[in-house]
Write a protein that binds this ligand. Structure first.
Ligand code: C5P
Length: 217
């Protein structure tokens, strides 16, 4: 096969949820399936990129040609991302837990009163990359929104210092589903795509990434 337009490029992708332990048997999680991120990693590899996929706990097969690093918590994900740099582009699809709690070393027992969880904010990996001396040339975040999708995602792009935000309309049943309605928010414009299978969102996004990395050499 032809070498692909992303041959020689290193692209970092995060995907899936993170799990924040409460004790050895319990954790805080979210409904991310990891499917959109895994599809993007696969589409980038199919375009010839060297892809490092940093995956939270999911039950998905590793896409062909992708190097996968499994992590559990947000802090582990942040460390794995830092170790993976430098990269030409980064696509942060993971639904990172916003908060963690200090895990109890033993299983918390019932019957001694209702425990209170004290939450601590997790590091924001997207912001960390945006301000890093090794900032990828093309930095792409995702934003799951239920309302005022474009408005909220536009504000998020500016606040986090991403080049693009892929705004994800999750007012339907997207998390875990097979299709996705997205808007690509850039500094200069917004591109709205029709509802597409996650595999097609992935191939279109890989095409746009290849176009952009070629333009800016
Ligand atoms: O603020 P919000 O969580 O909606 O931002 C979503 C974007 O930021 C996604 O690209 C997600 O992967 C990234 N993010 C991150 N680290 C966090 C929280 C979000 O990289 N702790």
């Amino acid at each position: 096969p032809a070498p692909g337009r992303l041959a020689g490029r290193h692209v970092l992708v995060t995907a899936g949820p993170t799990h924040e332990p409460i004790d050895p048997v319990r954790y805080i999680a979210n409904r991310s399936s990891g499917r959109q991120g895994f599809a993007i990693a696969g589409a980038l590899a199919a375009e010839g990129a060297a892809v490092t996929l940093i995956a939270g706990p999911v039950t998905l097969d590793t896409p062909a040609g992708v190097e996968r690093v499994d992590v559990e918590t947000a802090q582990e994900m942040a460390n794995a991302v830092a170790k993976t740099l430098p990269a030409d582009a980064a696509v942060l699809v993971a639904a990172v837990a916003d908060w963690r709690t200090d895990a109890a070393p033993q299983k918390i027992k019932k019957g001694t009163g209702t425990p209170t969880l004290r939450l601590t904010e997790n590091p924001d990996i997207l912001t960390m990359l945006a301000t890093s001396p090794h900032r990828p040339r093309l930095l792409i975040g995702f934003a799951a929104e239920t309302d005022h999708v474009i408005e909220h995602a536009t504000a998020k792009r500016a606040k986090k210092g991403a080049d693009w935000i892929v705004a994800n309309d999750v007012s339907g049943d997207v998390m875990g589903g097979d299709a996705n309605t997205v808007h690509i928010i850039r500094a200069q414009d917004v591109e709205s795509w029709e509802k597409l299978p996650k595999s097609q969102v992935a191939t279109r996004l890989a095409t746009r990434i290849a176009d952009t990395l070629q333009e800016t050499a």
